[in-house]
Design a protein around this ligand. Sequence first.
Ligand code: SF4
Length: 235
Amino acid sequence: MDGSFILEDILPPARDVLQNQGFKPDSEIRDRITALFNDAMELFKKSANPQGIIAEISIKEFAVIYEGESKNDIDNPLIRIFPQADYLALFALTMGEEVSTNIETLFQKNDFPVVYMLDTIASLAADNAAELYQGKYMKSLTEENYDTVENYVLAYSPGYCGWHISGQKKMFEYLKPEKIGITLNDSFLMKPLKSVSGVLIAGKKKIHIFPINFYFCQYCKTKSCRQRIKSLTVA
Ligand code: SF4
């Protein structure tokens, strides 16, 4: 499956960026904040070079990648979900090196309002791209008569919910995202910073639904899985 996508499809709207920064949906937004958002968005558009890569993989092959460096939490959502999948695909995507360089440069210049805005825009754009991949993978399966009522695609990433960040190592060996400029450092963090990687899991909607009773959930501030589960139950 083709991993390309265009910038316009992943740009986060102002309301998402400001809500992510703590503004309430009904907050009055001052002109100064709107101008700051517009400046940061222009900077993002000028410097972003979004690229991605997707490769299908079997459950058996993914089991080896999931095991990684044997540092995963023994019980976690992914280990329950992936054996029940119908299809799996690994992915990695990036907003490009220049965005990260701009963020670092502005940070060094103590230009915190713009850097904070640019950082949020870049992070949300990367998340939007991962979400776009979910839809793109589902569409490609639908073209092969995969049922869209019963089934759903969700992305899961190393470093979250019990899948240890070191899982990136084996994933990168399979996917080889170096060809689109994404590399790993010794701590298994991706460079450029505004990159996302993971596995797209296609399967019955019910396999993606789980209670949050894993021991690490007590430390989770976002509970972001609840929003994802909500979106698939209304889809
Ligand atoms: S509550 Fe947090 S840590 Fe637990 S599964 Fe959901 S997102 Fe992951």
